[in-house]
Design a binder for this molecule. Structure first.
Ligand code: ZN
Length: 163
């Protein structure tokens, strides 16, 4: 036979841990009601923040894009240079005023002659990367490698026409 005292002790212990006691059910459901909306609120807060940040990123113009900056292009079809300023989001090749097609590429200039002198009129060279080709871009006139922002020959190099 259990004494009333030890039975009370068992009840107290059951309140804290066992799920089937009468006192435990309301406490559990209360915590369930709280964790539900709290979790949803937390989710909405995080989701909303992420959505806002990506919205702001999409709506902010990219400052790197040099829109409106005119630079020299070269029509691959007409083999002529022309000035053009790209619009935002525009890609290569651009519309050529000569061919009236999208045959305008950014162009590099090579001022070398085949015998290692400078010339006044450059050879226009479209880099292979813009034409979708692999490997180094070779100047068809002097046979040198042409790179982006192709450096001009130093002033110490004599001009080909000697003047
Ligand atoms: Zn060259």
């Amino acid at each position: 036979m259990q004494s009333p005292e030890s039975a009370a002790q068992q009840n107290t212990a059951a309140d804290g841990g066992a799920p089937n006691t009468g006192g435990d059910i309301p406490r559990k459901s209360t915590s369930g009601v709280f964790s539900g909306p709290l979790g949803i609120m937390l989710f909405l807060l995080l989701f909303g923040t992420a959505a806002y940040l990506s919205y702001r990123t999409l709506m902010t113009p990219d400052p790197v894009e040099p829109a409106g900056t005119s630079r020299e292009f070269f029509c691959a079809e007409a083999q002529k240079p022309f000035e053009y300023s790209m619009n935002v989001g525009e890609t290569y090749p651009v519309l050529s005023p000569y061919s009236h097609k999208k045959t305008g590429y950014p162009v590099e200039k090579c001022y070398w002659t085949r015998d290692g002198k400078r010339k006044r009129e450059p050879t226009y060279v479209i880099l292979n990367e813009f034409l979708g080709k692999n490997g180094d871009t070779i100047c068809p006139d002097c046979g040198r490698i042409v790179v982006g922002h192709n450096p001009a020959p130093p002033d110490s190099i004599p001009l080909a026409d000697g003047k």
